[in-house]
Design a binder for this molecule. Sequence first.
Ligand SMILES: Nc1ncnc2c1ncn2[C@@H]1O[C@H](COP(=O)(O)OP(=O)(O)OP(=O)(O)O)[C@@H](O)[C@H]1O
Ligand SMILES: Cc1ncc(C[n+]2csc(CCO)c2C)c(N)n1
Length: 269
Amino acid sequence: MAAYWSSRQDSCVMEVMIHSSTFLLPTNSSDTHPSLTYALILLNQRLPRFAPLLWNHAQLRVCADGGANRVYDDFPQLLPHEDASHVRNRYKPDLIKGDMDSIRTEVLDFYASLGTKVIDESQDQDTTDLHKCVAYIRDFTPNLEKSNLCILVAGALGGRFDHEAGNLNVLFQFSAMRIILLSDDCLIHLLPKTHRHEIYIQSSVEGPHCGLIPIGMPSGRTSTTGLQWDLDDAEMRFGGLVSSSNIAKGEKITVTSDSDLLWTISIKK
Ligand SMILES: Nc1ncnc2c1ncn2[C@@H]1O[C@H](COP(=O)(O)OP(=O)(O)OP(=O)(O)O)[C@@H](O)[C@H]1O
Ligand SMILES: Cc1ncc(C[n+]2csc(CCO)c2C)c(N)n1
């Protein structure tokens, strides 16, 4: 969940962006902050074990091409105490979109027969299936600005590095949208330089290992509070300082930077 507040305590007025991984909790408690609306994109990579939880939190569920195979194959395994065909009928994606070179015919036919919308964009060989799905959500969310939308991306890490890099690139291509990449082990999202950031740690499900990564461009000045190795107007760059293997000390982390940074935190087993 997240929200924006204006702060006049600093010399320059910069809005605050709140981050809190309440979507990893069984009930999506919104604490004291206004809550977000979630969309879930499922990719063609091993889905996190908590994918059914993300599904339940989401109001829109989209499969990127072969991501539909994962829902079809993996959801019954993630819910072993339920009947497999019952699970397949219940976990029906709203949309399958991509260049359709990975989805199996039986899977496509199954979900099409249940009424899932299918968009074949095989003519576009210049953007990834994840990009195609995010673009759809951006273009078809009513009142996008006011919707407090957050896109959760399941199965974004592990496997082929070109895919992982492409998935990270989507965070920068859609930097005005809230997008969170998820695997079994960690989550990753962008901290835009336009805001100062307050990250509220859900210590029952995430942390303490975390990182702040300057991908794309160096950061001349980054400051943090709440980390074991805090940064104080520090310069970060690839080839220089990158904050990996840091530790979230308390319940609240703050970050300000003159560059967009990636924030990552471990997810507990
Ligand atoms: N090994 C992987 N690691 C991380 N993400 C992956 C991996 N494989 C697939 N994905 C993600 O799942 C999406 C759908 O993948 P799929 O295998 O259906 O199609 P693809 O043809 O390999 O990918 P694309 O068409 O996007 O290049 C990809 O766009 C990517 O975001
Ligand atoms: C410079 C360059 N490199 C790779 C591709 C190929 N490509 C990029 S995204 C994608 C997936 C389509 O679903 C494919 C095949 C390209 N077009 N341009």
